[in-house]
Design a protein around this ligand. Structure first.
Ligand code: MEV
Length: 328
């Protein structure tokens, strides 16, 4: 078995706007997806997972996601999980020049699915790394990030940025603007994550923002203003000014709400964090449901979220300096 892991991430700033060429700053966190692969002697793909925040599924299919597993979870989540693995393996077949390669794939993840912590990017990065290595091909980090990005692009109907996949492949804090992706320095950040137990449909949320942006010039201005916040945020990061970062995160959340991608439970976690004295709080990722990220050097936000009805899990997050990791 060849195994790799890759980290999830939070967005300090810039999700959604990054799809339209504005910069974004995601940071990898120490929550990982681990993918093990074993080449098969036929072209079949078999995927096992016990903990993608699904009840556990085992699926056998050959190159398409048409055959759905018979399990009692939201179909869109299963489609998403299977679609990403399927497309990741298509990239592996292409880059290794082995169109008939088949695999037994086992996924373990401590990153909730579709919750804004980059679960799909982490699974895709780890799967491509493990499967290419299993076929004797070693990709550079840049090539791995590119293949992972192509995977997300294919699954998300051509609407994806490089942010999630690049951050998961390289680790650390990164800045992404179009195809320009680079590591940046970040101070130690007191990140606290709240999770409402739900998930958002990234494709639908991205499409909703696109529609608003096409329809209203002020929605297009809102997207551009998020870009301004990110640029100001980069200065605050470089200065290590955590209080200013918090203020900018609050502002960023307000603009994401205006674009229709927040929701009642995300807003209520954001407000609980602010009322507990967090320096700032915002949703992270595509939105709809899932996670918020707050900045709080004290235990107050964690305590407030722990007792907030509707918040299912809360944990402090450490920055992951290392991206993809070869386990064996
Ligand atoms: C999703 O994690 C982040 C979005 O900006 C989409 C993307 O960048 O591909 C909403």
């Amino acid at each position: 078995m060849t195994r790799s892991s890759a980290p999830g991430k939070v967005y300090l700033f810039g999700e959604h706007a990054v799809v339209y060429g504005e910069p974004a700053v995601p940071c990898a966190i120490e929550r990982r997806a681990r993918v093990g692969v074993e080449p098969r002697d036929d072209a079949t793909l078999r995927v096992h997972s016990d903990d993608l925040s699904l009840d556990g599924f085992t699926v056998e299919y050959a190159g398409s996601t048409d055959g759905k597993p018979d399990i009692d979870v939201a179909e869109s989540l299963v489609d998403a999980a299977m679609g990403y693995v399927d497309e990741a393996i298509a990239q592996v077949r292409e880059v290794t020049g082995e169109p008939d390669a088949g695999f037994e794939v086992t996924i373990e993840s401590d990153i909730p699915l579709g919750a804004g912590l980059g679960s799909s990017a982490a699974v895709v990065v780890a799967a491509i790394d493990a499967a290419t290595r299993a076929l004797g091909v070693e990709l550079s980090t840049a090539e791995l990030a590119e293949r992972a990005y192509q995977t997300e692009l294919a699954v998300q109907d051509g609407q994806a940025s490089r942010a999630d996949t690049f951050c998961s492949a390289t680790g650390g804090a990164v800045r992404v603007e179009g195809s320009d992706c680079r590591a940046i320095d970040a101070p130690d950040l007191p990140l606290v994550i709240g999770f409402d137990g739900g998930a958002g449909d990234t494709g639908a949320l991205v499409a909703g923002v696109r529609q608003l942006r096409d329809e209203y010039s002020f929605a297009a201005d809102t997207v551009a203003s998020i870009g301004d916040i990110v640029r100001q945020g980069e200065t605050a990061l470089a200065d290590g000014d955590v209080a200013e970062l918090g203020r900018l995160m609050d502002f960023n959340h307000g603009l994401l709400s205006a674009l229709g991608v927040s929701g009642r439970s995300l807003d209520s976690m954001v407000w609980a964090a602010r009322e507990a004295g967090a320096l700032g709080a915002k949703l992270t990722g595509a939105g709809g449901g899932g996670c918020i990220v707050a900045l709080d050097p004290t235990p107050e936000t964690e305590t407030a979220l722990r007792y907030l009805p509707g918040c299912e899990d809360v944990f402090p997050a450490e920055l992951a300096d290392e991206g993809v990791r070869q386990l064996e």
